[in-house]
Design a protein around this ligand. Sequence first.
Ligand code: SDX
Length: 428
Amino acid sequence: MSDLPGASETVNLNIQEEAHALSVTIGTYNEKGIDISKLLGTTGHVTLDPGFKNTGSTKSAITFIDGINGILQHRGYPIEQLAELASFQEVMYLLLQGELPNANQLADIEGQIKAETKAPEGIKTLLNALPDGSHPMGMLSVALASLPSFYPNALDSWSDETVRWETIYRLLGHMPVIAAYVYRRSQNLPYIDPNPELDYVSNFLYMMFGEVDPVIADALDTLLILHADHEQNCSAATVRMIGSSHVNLYAAIAGGNSALWGPLHGGANQKVVEMLESILADGGDSEKYINKAKDKADPFRLMGFGHRVYKNFDPRAKVIKAYADKILDKLNVDDPVLDIAKRLESSALNDEYFQKRKLFPNVDFYSGIIYRALGIPVDMFTVMFALGRLPGWVSQWKEMRESGDPIGRPRQIYTGASKRDYKPITDR
Ligand code: SDX
C-alpha cells in the first residue's frame, strides 16, 4: 500500500537516446500510472491504445477493482459486504458522498428521492409516440434525453450547489418511474403511477407489476447494489466524456445509457439469456457451444463470459450465482436455463481456451436468470442494469466536474492519403 494516494515517483522514457523523465502517480493500492499529459509537447509522440486497455483516463476515489484477485470495493467497502448488509439507497449515498450515511443522512436522501419519485406526463406522450416493439433501452434513452426540456433549470446543472443536488435527486427519483413506464409501454399495458407510501424498490415493482412481493423486492435491492458502479467502464467513461463538454447531467446520462445498451457491455445480460434459451431449444448440448465459442471461424461468443479488467472471477458474479439458486428456490421456480448456465460455466472453467484467456463469468452471466425468475422480460434486463448503474454514473460525472478534468479530446495517428489536389469529375 502506498503512503498516501497521489504519491509519485518517476520513470525515464528513452527516445532516440534522449531520456524523458515522466512522473508516476501511485494509487491507494500501489497501482501506478505514468503521467503522459506533457508527452506530445516534450517528445512529439502520442501514445496509441485502441480501447484504452492500458490507459487510465483519470484519477478516481469512487470504486477500486483488482481484476487479478477479483476484488471490487466502493469507497473502500467490499461489494460482498454492501450486497449483504446495505440498502441500495445507502450505496447511492456512499457513491455520491464518499461515506456511508448515518440515520439522518439516509432519511434525508430517501426523502429527497421520494419527493422526486415522479415523472412529467409528457414522458408518457413521448413513449406512446414510439412504435410498438421499440426496445426498452431505446425508449429509456429518449426519456432521459427529454428531461432537460421538461426541466430547463438543469441545463446549467453545475453552477449552483442547490440546483446541482436538485438535478441529481430529480434524476435518481425519476429513473425508477421512467423505467417502469418503459416496461408498461413495451408490454402495451396501462401506466401505473408511483405510490408515495412505498419505499424505492417496492414502488418500482408496484409501478411495474401493480403488486409487491417482499422476496422479489429484497432480491432486486441486492441486484441494484451489485450494478451500482464499476469505475471507468464503457458507459461511465462515456458519461465522463460527454459531461466533460459541460453539457447538462441528463444529456450525459442519456449518452451513457446508450453505451450500456451494447451487447459487449450491459446488453450482454439480455444476450446471455437469449443464448441459453437457444442452447436449450437446440437440445441443451453445452459442449457444442463451448466449441463454437472457441472456434475463431465461428462468430459465436459465450455471452456473459470474459471481462476487460477481471482476469479472475467477477466478485459480483459469485454473489449473483449464489443468489440465483436461493431466489429460484424461494420463488419455487425451476428454470432449465440455470442448469445449462452451470454446465457451461463448469466446462469453460476446465477448458484450456478459457483458462489461457482468463475468461470467467461476469456480472451478466447469471443476473438475467434472476431477472427472469422475478418476472422481468428479457428486453428489460439492460434497463434493470441502467437503474442500478445510475448512481455510479452520477457519481462519476460529479467527480469529473469537481476535479476540473479538461474536455476529453483524444489524439490519433493518421494513416490516410497524403496531400493531393482536387480532380474534376471527368478525370476520376
Ligand atoms: C460488462 O468494463 C466493465 O466494468 C463492464 C461491466 C460493468 O459493470 O460496467 O463489468 C459490465 O460489460 C461485463 C461484460 C459483458 N459482456 C459480455 O459478456 C460479452 C462477452 N464478452 C466479451 O465480448 C469480452 O470478453 C469483453 C467485451 C467483455 C472484453 O473484451 P476485451 O477485453 O476487449 O477482450 P478481447 O475481446 O480482446 O478478448 C480477448 C480474447 C480473444 O481471443 P484471442 O483473439 O486472444 O484468441 O478472449 C476471447 C477473444 O476472442 N474472448 C472470448 C470471449 N471474450 C473474450 N471468446 C469467447 N467468448 C467470450 N465471451
